[in-house]
Design a protein around this ligand. Sequence first.
Ligand SMILES: [Zn+2]
Length: 223
Amino acid sequence: MPFPQQLIDGYRAFLIGRLRHEQDRYRGLAESGQSPRIMVIGCCDSRVSPEVIFDARPGELFVVRNVANIVPPYAPDERAHGVSAALEFGVGALKVKHIVVLGHAQCGGVKAFVEDAEPLSPGDFIGNWMKLMAPAAQRLGPRGALPIADYLTRLEQANIVNSLENLMTFPRLRSLIERGQVMVHGAYFGVATGQLSVRDAASGRFTQIAADDYARMFAQPRF
Ligand SMILES: [Zn+2]
């Protein structure tokens, strides 16, 4: 099975583009190690790459991605916990200052949670993973007459809040957050629009950031 040509072409483009410009940076990072200040917990979705959205260079973002950007609650048992391990490394070893939970519109994981009426089997990894979203759905309450698209948006955002709350179940992280040494943020990316909203902790509302730049850019005439 040949290595995908798309990846070979992409790597070639990286060689003559980014690597040529950032070779010193890569070398420096190899020597001194990484020290990103920001950790992002995002979704696996191929349209929502944190490095692309935040125009990040090598060494700038410590990223963990999973289906629907979920932070499972603290569970000190014998099982393997990927997100918890990444949190431990990001917070304990790298000492990141910010943790951003990045959710997004049209999230397939959130949609699967809403549509999945089948009883779950132990091998249904997505279904069992998405169960972690149940507290978010409970807080939101029944959909009622709300159009499905609006309900999904609300659940996508409630799921971000649920992940933020689960960060507080990690005792050491909680104390760092309470002392202001680590700050946590919720963000939401509109795939179709490219708009980025950030959650205001006081009001709980998601508000578009760089809205002026966005408006200016899309107000320009197109030819
Ligand atoms: Zn997603």
